[in-house]
Design a protein. Structure first.
Length: 98
């Protein structure tokens, strides 16, 4: 992932310099989805479908916002100068790290 971060999908764990970081299930799933499509725009609709399914009646907008906020917090990523998660206003998100 870069900057000493590592995502181990088998262990379902995000680590920095070998140390596990706490990331809840929904943010971990959103991060995994973004990394799997690294460099591509992942729309909010694709995130909703990938995480909650098509026929969900939850407040997915605030769920996505909270998940992105938690991902940025744990990765110490600045939304103004993203190293990991770039916002594409009105569309979705893109994982931009190598």
């Amino acid at each position: 992932m870069g900057d000493g971060y590592e995502l181990d999908l088998r262990a379902y764990e995000l680590r920095r310099s070998g140390r596990p970081l706490k990331l809840e299930r929904i943010p971990m799933e959103v991060l995994t989805l973004l990394i799997e499509r690294r460099g591509e725009l992942v729309t909010r609709e694709q995130i909703i479908e990938g995480i909650w399914g098509k026929d969900v009646f939850l407040d997915t907008e605030s769920g996505i916002n909270a998940a992105i906020r938690k991902i940025r917090q744990v990765l110490k990523d600045d939304p103004e100068r993203p190293r990991f998660v770039q916002t594409v206003t009105g569309r979705g998100y893109r994982f931009v790290a190598r």
